[in-house]
Design a protein around this ligand. Structure first.
Ligand SMILES: Cc1cn([C@H]2C[C@H](O)[C@@H](COP(=O)(O)OP(=O)(O)OP(=O)(O)O)O2)c(=O)[nH]c1=O
Length: 201
């Protein structure tokens, strides 16, 4: 499946609609091939090593299904050294927001791309500062359905934007794909970006 009718130049090993939309926003048409990998952290694994390993595993697994360069990515919210994935239920979502309320945390997003240059990766850390969130807001937010499939139980690009005072780093990385670093990796793998294919205005 690709954006509009342009031929795919990349395989996206991801079920995340955000990642597909972010790639489309910089003009990269991708064929989407979600992969299922084991996402359990290894004993003692540091958060950055964890997201990089998952991004690489996703890229390699997806790369087996295509001849195109293949991108995998992983996002985790890190607070007090704890890795927060997607909340399993309302109670876990509330516990996550309680932890994040009124302070700063880090969002780590790793991206990996297979291709002629081998398996390349990058990892981006973004500091996110949240205002205090009260229990009524947490309950109302869970009821919107937005937190369920998001690392850390919130979406900066959605309703949770009202909780985010400021960020230091990459907005696109928090949403699921650091576009600046991704473009660099794609160029190193010979994937043609918009400026290289004569579409410049
Ligand atoms: C913190 C944050 C996360 N997220 C999303 C990005 C990711 O899609 C998701 C984290 O889960 P991931 O496991 O990184 O990705 P995924 O399961 O959605 O997709 P796949 O593994 O197939 O690539 O959380 C937001 O959309 N907004 C945010 O503000």
């Amino acid at each position: 499946m690709t954006e509009a009718s342009s031929p795919a130049v990349l395989c996206l090993a991801s079920a995340s609609p955000r990642r597909r939309e972010l790639l489309a926003s910089i003009g990269v048409a991708a064929e989407v091939r979600p992969v299922d990998i084991d996402e359990s952290p290894l004993a003692g694994e540091r958060p950055e090593a964890y997201v990089v390993r998952l991004a690489r595993d996703k890229a390699v697994a997806g790369g087996r299904l295509t001849t195109l360069p293949t991108l995998g990515s992983d996002t985790a919210v890190v607070c007090d050294g704890r890795i927060l994935g997607k909340p399993a239920d309302r109670a876990e979502a509330a516990a996550m927001l309680r932890l994040l309320s009124g302070r700063a945390h880090e969002v780590l997003t790793a991206v990996a791309v297979t291709g002629p240059a081998g398996l390349l990766d990058a990892c981006v850390a973004t500091r996110v500062c949240m205002r205090r969130i009260d229990e009524r807001e947490m309950a109302a937010y869970w009821a919107t359905g937005e937190p369920a499939d998001k690392a850390g139980g919130y979406a900066i690009q959605g309703l949770a934007a009202i909780f985010v005072e400021r960020i230091e780093g990459s907005h696109s990385a928090v949403v699921g794909l650091p576009l600046f670093e991704t473009a660099r990796l794609l160029e190193r793998q010979g994937v043609p970006l918009w400026h290289a294919v004569g579409n410049a205005v």
